[in-house]
Design a protein around this ligand. Structure first.
Ligand SMILES: Nc1nc2c(c(=O)[nH]1)N[C@H]1C(S)=C(S)[C@@H](COP(=O)(O)OP(=O)(O)OC[C@H]3O[C@@H](n4cnc5c(=O)[nH]c(N)nc54)[C@H](O)[C@@H]3O)O[C@H]1N2
Ligand SMILES: Nc1nc2c(c(=O)[nH]1)N[C@H]1C(S)=C(S)[C@@H](COP(=O)(O)OP(=O)(O)OC[C@H]3O[C@@H](n4cnc5c(=O)[nH]c(N)nc54)[C@H](O)[C@@H]3O)O[C@H]1N2
Ligand SMILES: [Mo]
Length: 766
């Protein structure tokens, strides 16, 4: 291994590595969450927000899609929810002078963290072709610049319309209607990079791409398996549900290469016991699996289940359920009988004892829930892995009975609802038919571009206009260098945003920033204050009401922006009442009630305290609307990621102080990192094997056949007890290492959790 000469001192000179936490939440969480909120917002605004967050009649926290319990505590939020609210509801605004003083090139030199700290956007900004700076522009001009551009395109497919998952149901419905009426299905969204693998796998085998449980099921379960998910950081209120389940006698198993604090032990900040007491030891078993090894683990467990059935016929499988509700058992049994245990051990990095114990626990439980997030969905074989997860549940009838089921835990607070509302480049024929009927037009049928195809389209010149309803596309998508070059090739880019981020600096020839209201703010329209609605991870839909005054006058709601753009672009083409939509969101809900199943009395149901729960075939009546009319047990070839000698499998994940590409601070408390993000966590035995040591600076290099190496320079090695052969670094920085072509089979989700890398020591010049 050569010593490279790339190092300056690290990007974060104050970086400190301290000790790793095994407990999550408790007193530090309360102090951490309330401190910054009080400082930035003042006591009144803070009180208004914190007491209405996630309450019936209040607003929905935008930090994740975790559901709300029926009985709410007065403080129904977590540390990270409080951070998200503080970040959005800050009274600080970006002054005009910022754009006058800083050119777009200057903005490129400002980090995501510092851009966010500048505050909220308050007026539309325009960068004309060739100009070096953004200048203020009126709403009327901004909207007509975009509409004229869209109407000048040779085909509607030359434009693409991204959505980030914070967009509410009503906005999402109006937006996709506009896009389809304009004439394209180019509707990429953050879900393409997130739970797409889940949606595809579950739709195929159980007929619905969503969770099959209700919130109460956690409390009724015997065994909850949490796979590829870090709830202590990303869904902290889930720990309360797990704690409750544990008190009711459930066993909890974590499957994760990293020892994640919250999964292991938990102190509940909403209870006195949790604040001063010992808290709860959560996980009964913790499998530190090798990245990408989950398919092997699931197959090995199914094999043990089938072996147990063979040893005591008629006693292990749920024969009635399988006979009535599934197809494919015989083929599956024949296939799994030949499972190569040596391959399983290699793929999982686990011992036979660990695999046996896991299977024994599965067999001992009558009601099993498996939850999962990005550790399972951002892998090359994600879709197959999730089908294996369903296979395992089906064998013992663990779908459609109390306390049992498959539960993907979604990320963005309304990413699931956006899909229900039609934000997808490949919506079903039924949806397209219903939409066309409701608005008397013929929507386009050909599938549109997803997130990866959007970058390819921009790169190759097929796509000329990029419009984003929220999000931070260039930072979120894989292959940063390629994505940024592609975006710069656009003729026009438009961002509807609350705050500045990198996507406002990496732009096309012409660019616009359209500032919008956040979820915390009162949305006053001609007919009075409006509310919106969201759908959580367990298919519960409820209203969200803004509670504080908008941060500045003149900011439009997302609905208003979409409606005005639609009016300016397609006008009265199909007689759609865009003006009415902006005045009264009930009109949008009326249309939704006739297009989207489950929403038949939307305006009425959504006004009930706590909202309503969407129908769900598998959960409600063991009805599986698949091609076979039953749940499909599938045969999947085990394939595992080979790790070439001297290389590591790198995953990119979130720190405790970030929301996706938004960085709240440079700390990751549970993992012991302070004041920096340029770290790579590596197992101590791997360090020895690679001849590296803790504290050393390395360049991280990913390799992809036929392409030049991708590099992330000058990272500090942290010796950390992750699984052997695996390493971890933070997203979004690590996206430079993920080739655009490295996407999951079928779902095309970037493989953010398994990048083959080598580490090269750098000589640091101080
Ligand atoms: N505070 C906060 N909350 C958030 C977000 C945020 O950024 N900040 N983001 C939101 C969004 S959009 C999402 S999608 C969710 C994300 O929620 P998570 O999926 O929890 O997010 P990640 O940080 O990507 O963590 C992935 C986890 O999977 C593990 N893992 C990696 N590879 C494997 C593997 O091969 N097998 C297994 N079994 N595990 C693996 C990692 O060690 C890590 O614990 O959180 C949502 N909530
Ligand atoms: N390497 C790697 N890459 C990943 C992932 C990973 O784990 N590893 N995770 C992937 C996942 S799961 C996801 S979901 C994507 C996330 O991708 P995105 O959803 O595109 O990214 P975010 O960082 O959530 O977007 C934040 C921006 O949204 C804007 N915003 C915030 N609130 C609002 C609002 O109310 N309205 C509007 N209009 N704008 C608002 C703000 O300007 C803010 O800067 O990233 C993906 N990329
Ligand atoms: Mo996500």
């Amino acid at each position: 291994m050569s010593i490279r000469e790339t190092g300056e001192t690290g990007a974060y000179p104050d970086l400190e590595i301290g000790h790793r936490e095994t407990w999550a939440v408790g007193i530090p969480a309360i102090l951490n969450s309330m401190g910054p909120a009080l400082r930035d917002m003042g006591p009144l605004r803070t009180a208004q927000l914190m007491t209405s967050m996630n309450q019936k009649g209040g607003f929905d926290c935008m930090s994740c899609a975790w559901p709300d319990p029926d009985h709410r505590t007065p403080a129904e939020f977590c540390e990270n929810g409080a951070k998200a609210v503080t970040w959005e509801a800050t009274p600080v605004t970006v002054p005009r002078s910022f754009f006058a003083q800083n050119s777009i090139d200057d903005m490129l030199g400002i980090s995501e963290y510092e851009l966010g700290l500048l505050g909220r956007l308050t007026e539309p900004m325009y960068r004309a072709k060739g100009a070096t700076h953004y200048v203020p522009v009126s709403w009327t001009d901004a909207i007509s610049i975009v509409a004229d551009k869209l109407n000048s395109l040779a085909s509607p497919d030359e434009a693409t319309f991204y959505t980030s998952g914070r967009t509410a149901n009503e906005t999402a419905f109006a937006y996709q209607l506009f896009v389809r009426a304009f004439g394209t299905n180019n509707l990429p969204d953050c879900s393409n990079m997130c739970h797409e693998s889940t949606s595809l796998a579950l739709n195929e085998v159980i007929g619905v791409g969503k969770s099959t449980i209700a919130y109460e099921d956690f409390g009724k379960s015997d065994l909850i398996i949490v796979m590829g998910q870090n709830p202590g950081t990303n869904h902290p209120r889930m720990l309360t549900a797990l704690e409750q389940a544990k008190r009711n006698g459930a066993t909890i198993i974590g499957v994760n290469p990293l020892p994640e604090a919250g999964l292991i032990r938990y102190k509940n900040p909403q209870k006195v016991r949790g604040i001063i007491g010992q808290g709860t030891a959560l996980a009964d078993q913790y499998l530190q699996i090798r990245s990408g090894g989950d398919m092997a683990l699931l197959q090995a467990t199914s094999k043990r289940v089938l072996d147990a059935e063979a040893a005591a016929p008629g006693t292990v499988l749920d024969h009635t359920f399988l006979a009535d509700h599934s197809v494919g058992l015989d083929e599956f049994r024949a296939h799994i009988a030949n499972l190569d245990e040596a391959a399983v051990l290699a793929a999982t990095g686990l011992s036979t004892d660990e695999l046996d114990e896991f299977a024994t626990r599965y067999l001992a439980a009558d009601r099993v829930i498996i939850t999962w997030a990005m550790g399972l969905t951002q892998q090359k074989k994600s879709v197959e892995t999730l089908k294996e997860l369903i296979n395992l549940l089906l064998l013992r009838g663990n779908i459609g009975k109390p306390g049992a089921g498959a539960s993907p835990i979604r990320g963005h607070s309304n990413v699931q609802g956006d899909r229900t509302m039609g934000i997808w480049e490949q919506m079903s024929e039924e949806f397209i038919d219903a939409l066309g009927r409701e608005f008397s037009f013929e929507p386009p049928r050909e599938h549109g571009a997803d997130s990866v195809a959007t970058v390819e389209g921009l790169r190759d010149g097929a796509i000329k206009v990029f419009f984003a309803l929220g999000g931070n596309f260039v930072s979120a998508i894989s292959d940063t260098t390629v994505a940024e070059a592609a975006m710069r090739g656009a003729e026009m880019t438009v961002q509807v945003s609350t705050k500045l981020n990198r996507s406002h600096a990496v732009i096309g020839d012409e660019a616009l920033i359209l500032p919008t209201l956040g979820r915390t703010e009162i949305d006053l329209q001609a007919t009075g204050p409006q509310f919106l609605s969201v759908e959580d991870s367990v298919c519960a839909v409820h209203a969200t009401h803004g509670r504080v005054a908008p941060v500045a006058p003149g900011i439009l709601s997302e609905v208003a922006i979409v409606a005005r753009l639609a009016q300016a672009t397609i006008g009265d083409r199909y007689g759609i009442d865009w003006v009415g939509f902006e005045r009264d969101y009930d009109l949008i809900r009326d249309h939704i009630s006739r297009v989207v199943p489950g929403f038949e009395s939307f305006n009425e149901d959504v006004r009930r305290k706590g909202g309503f729960i969407l129908p769900n075939g598998p959960r409600d009546e063991r009805r599986f609307d698949t091609a076979a009319g039953k749940a499909i047990i599938t045969v999947n070839e085990l394939e595992h990621l080979e790790r070439p000698a001297g290389r590591l499998i790198l995953q990119s994940m979130r720190s405790h102080d970030q929301f996706n590409t938004t960085i709240y601070s440079l700390n990751d408390r549970y993992r012991g990192v302070k004041n920096g993000r340029d770290v790579i966590f590596v197992n101590p035995d791997d360090l020895t094997e690679l001849g590296l040591s803790d504290g050393q600076r390395v360049d991280i290099i990913s390799e992809w056949p036929g392409e030049p190496d991708r590099e992330l320079l000058n990272y500090r090695v942290v010796s950390y007890p992750t699984a052997r052969g695996c390493a971890a670094a933070y997203y979004p920085e690590a996206n430079v290492l993920v080739p655009l072509a490295s996407a999951a089979d079928e779902s095309m989700t970037p493989v953010s959790k398994a990048i083959i890398v080598r580490l090269e020591p750098v000589a640091v010049r101080v």
